[in-house]
Design a protein around this ligand. Structure first.
Ligand code: BG6
Ligand code: MG
Length: 219
């Protein structure tokens, strides 16, 4: 098996559950435009960039707006989203994440972030996790969205390892595909039904260590 030198983590849905805040903010935007937005609809926005999420929302509502108005809508949604993000505390870090970070460090494995979010730096600060990361690549650094591998390839480059020595952790199908497209191995966080293309899938990080990772990839 190729050596594991770095782990690249997606943020939303892997390190923290921000989907619930995205949902509230998108729902309130939809309400203002006169249509309903459901939890099932929200599933379609996981891992998807802010503007692409807005496109999907407009498609759901059957609303057609010009580009300038769309930009204003995206800014409005983000303002509401930020109200929730600013109230976030380290208590919201998903179970097992911090232990895994410590364990990876003890094993000399580098940790990088590979997120589509333009709010990633703020979220890491709220969670007091910034200092764990050897490299951070977020939505402000990339021009191509997942499933394009750009975000993960940049992360690998920043920590100084080849894609084959990096493992990605993802909760979205497009993210798993991005890892594969970049020549990296991938652990899915969530349901095997959605993340079947990953090397293996776990429901979460509780009890998950570097050993678990090596064993899972060995199978
Ligand atoms: C991804 C989330 O990580 O970031 C998406 O899964 C979100 O739901 C995207 O739309 C962009 O986030 P932000 O914070 O830049 O609006
Ligand atoms: Mg995600």
């Amino acid at each position: 098996m190729e050596k594991i030198s770095a782990c690249i983590f997606d943020l939303d849905g892997v390190v923290v559950d921000t989907a619930k805040y995205h949902y509230i903010a998108w729902k309130s935007l939809a309400k203002g435009l006169g249509f309903n937005f459901t939890k099932e609809d929200n599933e379609r926005l996981k891992g998807v960039s802010r503007m692409r999420s807005l496109d999907i929302l407009m498609e759901i509502g059957g609303v057609d707006l010009d580009d300038e108005t769309l930009l204003k809508m995206a800014a409005k949604k983000n303002e509401e989203y930020l109200e929730y993000i600013l109230k976030m505390t380290p208590d919201e870090i998903l179970p097992g994440v911090k232990d895994l970070f410590e364990n990876l460090k003890e094993n000399g494995v580098k940790i990088a972030l590979g997120s589509a979010s333009k709010n990633a730096m703020l979220i890491l600060k709220q969670l007091k996790l910034t200092s764990y990361f050897d490299a951070i690549v977020d939505g402000t650094h990339v021009s191509k969205a997942k499933p394009d591998p750009e975000v993960f390839l940049k992360g690998a480059e920043l920590v100084g390892f080849k894609p084959e020595n990096c493992v990605v952790f993802e909760d979205a199908e497009a993210g798993v595909e991005a890892a594969i497209n970049g020549g990296m191995r991938c652990v899915g966080i969530g349901s095997p039904k959605v993340l079947g293309k990953a090397n293996f899938v776990v429901p979460g990080f509780e009890g998950f260590t570097f050993e678990t990772l090596k064993k899972g990839l060995d199978k």
